[in-house]
Design a protein around this ligand. Sequence first.
Ligand code: KPL
Length: 297
Amino acid sequence: MNITVLGCGALGQIWLAALSRQGHQVQGWLRVTHPHTTVHVTSPEGEVYRHFFPANNPAFLAESDLLLVTLKAAQISSALQQIQPLIPAHCTIVLMHNGMGVMDELPPLEQPVLRAITTHSSYRTQGRVIHVAHGITHLGPVARNQDQLSPLADMMHAALPDVAWHNDILPASWNKLAINCVINPLSIKYNCRNGEILQHQDEIQQICEEMAAVMARANLHADARQLQANATHVIQNSAGNFSSMLQDIQAGRSTEIDYITGYLLRKATEFGIAIPVNRKLFQLVKSKESANGHPEI
Ligand code: KPL
């Protein structure tokens, strides 16, 4: 397959490496145009992979079968808008990001769009990517009746297991949202690695109870104890990792809070449900962002 990976951060590099090793033709696409990109990944098993890939080649994009978007939620719609005229109609666009609400911002697209949610954990340090722990990638259509795209899950699974196909990606999206609503703001509150969050079980429970109330109103199966168990599992798996949100705050970047707890708050407001614990965490992260020079809106 010809594959363009839009966004060459930690997750983008892991996928570039994995897809290329599987024999696919790949290129990166950087927001600041550059003819090549360096991938330098240390796997959870300690193997080092270092390679140069071509980047930002419009002719290759015009022949791509898959556009894998690994940008942060807030960057996706404008980045897609810029390259939209170059994306061929047959190319499947996979959006792999934290949080929810991006679909509401996208320009109208003729290409099929899939959503991917991943629990692979990784971070960037001194020009290298540390792939801390393997995870599961859930893949599926946002619109119904796109089951014919399910072979893509097998292709991606062969490159970087596990990948699971879902005919309806919404429940998996909400379950990952719950994990991020727990780990990311709490990692900011306690300024800690994921593993230390386990010490705050009462808060984890409260976050999950509020989350379950909103999910139930959205007609999704919601069990607060299951959400808490899922979050605990991911915390244990990524214990040594700093959450992406804490990495963003430490690097002076804006975070994905508007698409994580912010999305939950928007839904709660729509349903008339009070979620004070999540609201307070949202405000805390926004205040850290504004201390970093990002306006509170
Ligand atoms: O998605 C993550 C993130 O950091 O954003 C988790 C799964 C919480 C791993 O750190």
